[in-house]
Design a protein around this ligand. Structure first.
Ligand code: ATP
Ligand code: MG
Length: 568
């Protein structure tokens, strides 16, 4: 491709709208442009990278005997109501009516469409197993679209759905996808790790996320320093001991004027946070719930949401402290709270002598004990782990917390969708059984951003060769005829050998050409100037490490081949 013809609007400065490096570089390298919040056009360079990733996905999906199809983006509300997710997805789903006032949505995912598709066609156990996949645009009206394509409202996903006769079959299908995912990310040149994950709105049991470690990651992952335990903090656990205090005194009211937070209380009362219960007022599907964790812990809302099986969970608003909890913001506590469900973290099970809010402005209670002063519906794991805590799986390791970007997610769904939607097959005895399902996603466009997060420097992107938009860029410098001729010849020869080559034939200064080539991150740069031609060489630069070398013109083609076996 000739750069003079390429639609490549590069930018010299970092755009103000971007705060993470991949977003900045995708805009600066002319890979994409914003259409609206969280919605992007992919320009030729960006789309080439997307297509490369798609090709790698297809190869490994096809190798694992998954079959590609294409499902509708516009989906009826009926299937979502059948699966009971129409409300669960809530405002994340774009819903609308057609001209005949029939309800539709734009697909945020495709479990429903697949289940609906197979339910009348897959009749017998002989028709299974199956794995169906597609690469397609998903639409999710994210609350906070950000970081460019990392969290878009419209994005490309590879999604696959496995259909099996039983859980043994599902385990095999799941493992096949797990293995395929490892190959896909490795071939893309990415370091991705599989971690235990929360199943969220998908439902189901086992689940792994594939994470690319990067500072801009929106997820936190807990890794054990000793064994292979790795889990999203949304669900990670640790061996944190119960809190045990032997205070049997009666509960007593204490005056705490304007002292509302745990840290203010610590200072005012000169008592450590471990002796306090932190009460968090939430509203779960309209119902008032008080969650209790130790004063030194943080409530994990995902764990609470899962315990409550709630569709929507949010912090109570100030006026709701009064209306729903009959309390006051800053002074809420579990004692004498009527009509409020109280769920406590398991660490608090044997805690007595706690300090809690008194549900009265400027007052707390001390010496409080659960079971005596208030009743708890359940003690369960509600806290987020922290770095340094003991691994839940082995006895030697400690947890380290790192940030990561979720590029893939696999779920064992089980029979939730097939049961709700009536997707059955007949077993060997002619008895109807629900199909056992799994679902498997890769965020293709998010992967582009993740690859940049992992591979960049102050000059721009450093594409791993497998997903680079072009493999080689040729920079002819100056207006010398012999330079132009030789560059053109090299360009044609390398193309004829099957390389994907860009030639910067623009009438630009050398500095501009150098900068742009580094910005767009093509793995190998060949610079051709009159002086180097006189010496019978071209100057090569490997973008991965910015290493420069001279290559003899006579030896160019074999040397290029050799270099590509060495770089990642
Ligand atoms: P997240 O927790 O980041 O919101 P999710 O768990 O809701 O993602 P899944 O339903 O597991 O997402 O979707 C499969 C994959 O699609 C994710 O692993 C991610 O790579 C990608 N993905 C999900 N949401 C977005 C988005 N808003 N923009 C870009 N990619 C996304
Ligand atoms: Mg996910």
């Amino acid at each position: 491709m000739r750069m003079s013809k390429l639609y490549l609007p590069t930018l010299k400065e970092d755009p103000a709208e971007a705060d993470v490096v991949s977003h900045k570089l995708m805009l600066r390298a002319g890979m994409m442009r914003k259409h609206s919040s969280g919605i992007y056009s992919y320009l030729p360079l960006g789309y080439r990278v997307i297509k490369k990733i798609e090709k790698i996905c297809r190869k490994h999906m096809d190798n694992s005997e998954a079959q590609e199809l294409l499902l509708p983006i516009m989906q009826t509300s009926k299937i979502w109501k059948d699966s009971k997710r129409w409300d669960k997805f809530g405002p994340l789903m774009i819903k609308f009516n057609d001209r005949k006032a029939r309800e539709y949505c734009l697909g945020p995912t495709h479990e429903e469409v697949v289940t609906d598709l197979v339910k009348d066609e897959v009749r017998s156990y002989k028709d299974l197993p199956l794995n169906l996949y597609q690469i397609q645009t998903k639409v999710r009206d994210e609350i906070r679209p950000r970081f460019g394509v990392m969290r878009g409202r419209e994005f490309i996903m590879k999604d696959a759905y496995s259909l099996d006769i039983d859980y043994e079959g599902l385990d095999k299908s799941y493992q096949a996808m797990y293995d395929a995912y490892e190959r896909i990310f490795a071939e893309c040149g990415l370091e991705a790790v599989a971690v235990e994950a929360d199943t969220g709105a998908m439902g189901g049991k086992d689940s792994h996320e594939f994470m690319v470690l990067a500072d801009s990651g929106e997820d936190e992952i807990a890794f054990c320093s000793h064994c292979d335990y790795a889990a999203n903090v949304e669900r990670a656990t640790s061996q944190k001991t119960e809190i045990d205090f032997e205070v049997e005194a009666e509960a007593e009211k204490i005056h705490t004027p304007e002292i509302k937070t745990i840290s203010e209380l610590e200072e005012y009362l000169e008592v450590p946070a471990a002796k306090m219960m932190k009460a968090v007022a939430v509203v779960a599907d309209g119902e008032a719930v008080l969650a209790l964790v130790s004063g030194e812990d943080e409530l994990n809302e995902i764990k609470l949401t899962n315990y409550l099986q709630a569709n929507e969970l949010r912090a109570a608003e100030d006026k709701e402290f009064v209306e729903l909890f009959n309390s006051v913001p800053g002074f809420i506590g579990p004692v004498d709270l009527d009509d409020v469900r109280i769920i406590a973290d398991q660490r608090l099970k044997n805690m007595s002598g706690a300090i809690v809010g008194a549900n009265e402005k400027d007052y707390h209670l001390k010496n409080v004990k659960s079971g005596r002063d208030f009743e708890v519906e359940a003690f369960t794991d509600l806290r987020s782990v922290r770095g340094g805590e003991r691994c839940p799986k082995c006895d030697q390791g400690k947890l380290n917390i790192k940030e990561g970007i979720e590029v893939g997610h696999i779920f064992k769904l089980g029979t939730k969708y097939s049961e709700n939607m009536g997707a059955n097959y007949l077993d060997e005895n002619g008895k109807a059984q629900p199909i056992v399902m799994g679902s498997y996603g890769i965020g293709i466009t998010r992967l582009v951003a993740a690859a940049i997060e992992q591979n960049n420097d102050q000059y721009g992107i450093k594409w791993p060769q497998a997903i680079a938009p072009y493999q080689i860029i040729i920079l002819p410098l100056g207006n010398d005829d012999s330079v132009q001729k030789k560059s053109e010849e090299i360009y044609q020869n390398l193309k004829a050998e099957g390389w994907e080559v860009l030639i910067d034939d623009r009438k630009e200064r050398a500095g501009v050409k150098f900068n742009d080539s580094e910005l767009i991150g093509v793995p190998l740069r060949l610079t051709i100037g009159s002086r180097s031609l006189e010496n019978g060489v071209v100057e090569a630069m490997i973008r991965e490490n910015n290493k420069k070398m001279e290559i003899e013109l006579d030896n160019l083609r074999p040397k290029v081949k050799e270099l590509f076996t060495e770089i990642s």
